[in-house]
Design a protein around this ligand. Sequence first.
Ligand code: ADP
Length: 255
Amino acid sequence: MPYKVGLDLGSTAIKCVIADNDGISWSGLVPTAPEQSSLADGLMSKGRSELGVPEGEILPICSTGYGKSLYKKADKRMDELSANALGLFKISGGTARQAINIGGQDLKTLKLSETGEVTDFRMNDKCAAGTGRFFELAARLLDVPLSKFQELSKLPGEEVELNSTCVVFAESEIVSLLARGVPPQSVIRALHASVARRAAGLLGRVTADTVWLDGGPAQNAGLVEAMEDELMTEIKVVPKPQFTVAYGAAMSLMA
Ligand code: ADP
């Protein structure tokens, strides 16, 4: 089965997936920057060469994400919600019915039909609270890389809350907690709980046995636990949660 390419030109990261019928064969990402098209081409060339795809072989490409129209060479464009639903549907073996996607600058919830179509969605892209941008801001203030959040959130320390629903106010809240001597792990736990509350609020009633979570921040198991506590239901994370949307775009090209 020849490879298909899914390109997700997201607000924060450009993701490329090269897939066949068995799943993701190659995936890679770069931070979003001007010249998105050439960044996407660079990723794709890297994937092709690592997979040993011959120079002249043309692979069909589907682009998705905020920047999908910027990639002129795509054979197909797909909206990110449909790509997300299709990717999740395939990865979950057709079982996903309710999902949350936390992106760099937005938060989305979706419901899927028994055939993998989007039947309902909600999106918050007006406010950075509950998005990857909130995590990045906290990482800067705490001077701790995002990849350490999960590990740190397990350390003992006083329980505090972040009450601001706006990132601008949450920033001052974090600064004053740190000035008071509150340890980073307490701030991180409060941040996880705050994002979990946002996501749960947008999701509304849990109607499925399992809620699926994807997007970059889904790599943080501390956040996943906070979401399970908030939603009081099982949260499942796909193996490469930042690539679900790109994978769905690639899957849309399968006959
Ligand atoms: P978009 O499609 O909007 O570009 P992504 O799904 O690619 O968004 O997610 C980007 C976000 O993922 C970044 O804002 C960052 O906060 C978050 N992120 C990336 N890696 C990690 C990680 N290891 N742990 C937690 N968050 C992460």
